[in-house]
Ligand binder design. Sequence first.
Ligand SMILES: [Zn+2]
Ligand SMILES: [Zn+2]
Length: 367
Amino acid sequence: MEILAAVARAPQTEFTLESLTLDGPQAGEVLVRVEAVGICHTDIATRDGAIPVSLPAVLGHEGCGVVEAVGAGVTKVAPGDRVGITFASCGTCPACVADSPSYCHNFMPLNYSGLRPDGTGPLSADGESVTGLFFGQSSFATYSLAWERNVVKVPDDVPAAIIAPIGCGIQTGAGAVLRSLDCRPGSALLVAGAGSVGLSAVMAAAVRECATIIVVEPHESRRTLALELGATHVVNPADGPVEEQVRAILPAGVDYAIDTSGLPAVIGSLIKSMTFHGKLGLIGVPADPTATLPLSILEALVLGITVTGIVEGDSDPDSFMPELIELYRSGRFPIDKLVTTFPFAKINDAIEAQHRGEVLKPVLVHD
Ligand SMILES: [Zn+2]
Ligand SMILES: [Zn+2]
């Protein structure tokens, strides 16, 4: 079938809207008419060459839409069902079997190779092959081809633009608090960065009833929004060393810290802000792939610190996405405060607006 897609053709260049041919659904695949898709930093980093995906490619990995057709053997969803689309996982490796699909041993080929297990790809442009199946979906398009395992049935009464970003950014921030670190009620959490991931962590910490939620963020508008979403304190790094500002609020230091910046200097200030036996969660991807942790062995020993890397918030999407949608419906997890919608054709404008810091989570919607 013919679809319209935003194609990444070269690093640092705008996406181009093109008509492509989509071949599928084959056995185990689900064809989804996309209603909305979030833009995540990973899409841009991939276009710009930070992640080895061959161009031209259709990116997009926070899709939501309606199932149009299913391939042989698919039983989880049927045509007409509304689905959120999330990252792909195999379902059979030790991590998947242990309900940790974001650490799937086959994560790289399933999410980045653009190929089916048989080596074919679903997308082409006038005979030229185009990388599809990005995160098992390539949803910067009118139609997305996903696998049964990475679609999750979702309710019809919640806007697609709210559900779409749960598939990556929002479940990552919320899962960091509710699953990866499993923050205790009454505890103190420090979050570096009030982008959509950091603010999802803040909303989740409010749900978990953390007593102290401190956000480090240089932009005033984002600090204000953090307070609105449940932060008890905000810190502007321009006002002095972060650890001194945090210890002025909480002399003993925080129990948990989450980094969304990927910057060693920021991570160092989080470590200096933590109490004994604390847990540090790392979400932000460093711009420099060789960057290392600013943590001495002695410091690690004396503090009894636990450091954990976090992928997709340790989400098991089949249960966690519905849990977050339910929290949104009950008014306790206001995703709408993070989302700005753009028409699908305005994808390059949406990316620019996010780059300028005008929007937190751009979501593209189809008419
Ligand atoms: Zn797996
Ligand atoms: Zn993402």
